[in-house]
Design a protein around this ligand. Structure first.
Ligand SMILES: [Fe+2]
Ligand SMILES: [Fe+2]
Length: 473
């Protein structure tokens, strides 16, 4: 049978920029003046100006895994993936019916479908360079590698250490909590994509884990419900996605990765490796989180969500390892083990990006005074003018920049509950590569410039996991 090459040939990648520009310029994605998004899951600021700067012909490299191009790509991907789940506002659809129709409608769906695979390649091709699984793997090798990888994640996460050391630990703890909201408010949505089909006892074991995440059908016990209790106890907003503007590239990439390997069932074994790793490391990580958050907030925080995971994920860690990961390896043979290993290695790598990015943001925001008055910078200045009605958006840069207020007064925003940093005319702040910030006008109008700082202060934030061989364990 003759198949026309045009049907299967990928579109030219330089066209990807045009396709995503058409998507981001839809008025669902051009933002509102407020820092937080209102209770409307269909609107999220995609910062079209920042998207327009991105060269989509060159896939992300590891050194920029938490940089600006990564932030742009993962905001888009996250929006694409969530458009494949059901989102309804708690207060009822009411006046949002038009936004619902537009978000899920034919026009944006076609743009998503025409862009998704290319955008995934743009965002995740670096995993092929970073992780190289070679050699002949037995089930015993897989089990040993898994234990080795899980053991390395046993200590307190980098972000928790940064929170404990912060001058304003409550602000730092809120910043981290907001990163967890990305998954916490829609938990197990990626997992749901792996439940269909027919794959034997391992399918039933995965369903057991899934139904726990959904509180066995009791809404009050659903993990998303108890996550919202934690947010509420900190007087934070609980709707999807109030804190969209504050999600960092590393956490977005981590969340998107699970959708990426769940959407394409050719990656099923990678998904299983990754989810087994995640379930295993969650329990001890939530034990550390409980210690840190009790230390910061005392009894002033509801940690039921963390306690639930410290308990149930010990159980999920055993089910996923024994009844799914190792059982699939036994049943389907050595041909699938390298992909199971790859999934474990990828989840570990992505988990590292999550932590490095969140910790770096916490430290920069906490020590902002030290980044003031950095000098004039170099190169051409990009001028941005704001009024009180300008949509608020956050962004980062791939290299360090100096933000200087030239006219009027502004406020620099570096975190969901960080106090806005006043910026009078002439004030300047160094924004290291990859750090997320937003500017807004104070008192009507503000004009500021962005100049290259002439130095990269946060290079190679991501680490190289390198080759994975059976002997690596
Ligand atoms: Fe959970
Ligand atoms: Fe779990």
């Amino acid at each position: 049978m003759a198949i026309d090459a045009d049907i299967v040939r990928p579109r030219p990648v330089d066209d990807l920029g045009r396709r995503v520009a058409a998507f981001t310029n839809d008025n669902l994605f051009t933002g509102v003046p407020q820092l937080l998004h209102p209770p409307n899951p269909y609107r999220r600021m995609l910062v079209p100006d920042a998207v327009a700067e991105v060269d989509f012909t060159r896939p992300l490299g590891t050194a920029e895994a938490t940089g600006h191009r990564a932030l742009v790509a993962h905001r888009l991907l996250g929006t694409f993936y969530e458009a494949d789940t059901v989102l309804l506002p708690e207060q009822g659809l009411g006046a949002l019916r038009g936004d619902f129709d537009r978000f899920y409608g034919d026009g944006l769906r076609r743009l998503r479908e025409a862009s998704l695979s290319d955008l995934e390649r743009f965002a995740f091709a670096l995993l092929d360079d970073e992780i190289d699984v070679t050699g002949a793997w037995s089930v015993a090798d897989l089990a040993a590698y898994f234990e080795h990888a899980a053991a390395e994640a046993a200590g307190p996460a980098e972000s928790l250490t940064a929170i404990a050391a912060a001058r304003r630990p409550q602000v730092a703890a809120d910043t981290y909590l907001v990163q967890l909201a990305l998954d916490g408010l829609t938990e197990a949505s990626a997992m749901s994509k792996n439940l269909g089909g027919a794959f034997g006892p391992e399918q039933s074991a995965l369903f057991k884990v899934f139904i726990d995440e959904f509180g066995y059908g009791v809404h009050e016990a659903k993990h998303t419900t108890i996550f919202r209790k934690m947010l509420r106890s900190r007087a934070l907003q609980t709707h999807v996605h109030a804190y969209w503007n504050f999600y960092l590239a590393g956490p977005l990439a981590t969340n998107n990765y699970y959708y990426f390997v769940s959407r394409d069932h050719a990656s099923f074994f990678r998904y299983i490796g990754a989810v087994t790793y995640a379930e295993r490391v969650f329990a001890p990580s939530f034990v550390h989180m409980i210690e840190t958050y009790r230390g910061v907030f005392g009894d002033d925080v509801d940690l039921h969500y963390c306690e639930e995971h410290a308990h149930i994920d010990a159980h999920h860690g055993r089910i996923t390892r024994d009844e799914i990961l190792l059982a699939l390896a036994e049943r389907h043979g050595t041909g699938v083990i390298p992909e199971l290993v790859r999934g474990i290695a990828e989840a570990r790598l992505l988990g590292g990006w999550f932590e490095q990015d969140a910790a770096a943001q916490i430290r920069w925001s906490d020590e902002l005074d030290a980044y003031r008055s950095p000098g004039a910078g170099s190169g051409p200045a990009r001028r941005v003018e704001l009024t009180a009605l300008s949509p608020f958006g956050t962004r980062s840069h791939d290299a360090a920049v100096i933000v200087t207020v030239e006219d009027g007064e502004g406020e620099l925003i570096t975190g969901p509950t960080a106090a806005p940093e006043p910026m009078a005319r002439g004030d300047a702040v160094l924004v290291p590569a990859g750090r997320l910030y937003g500017m807004r006008a104070a008192g009507g109008r503000c004009a500021y410039t962005i100049r290259d700082a002439g130095t990269k202060t946060d290079p190679d934030a991501a680490s190289d996991a390198g080759a994975v061989t059976p002997s690596a364990s």
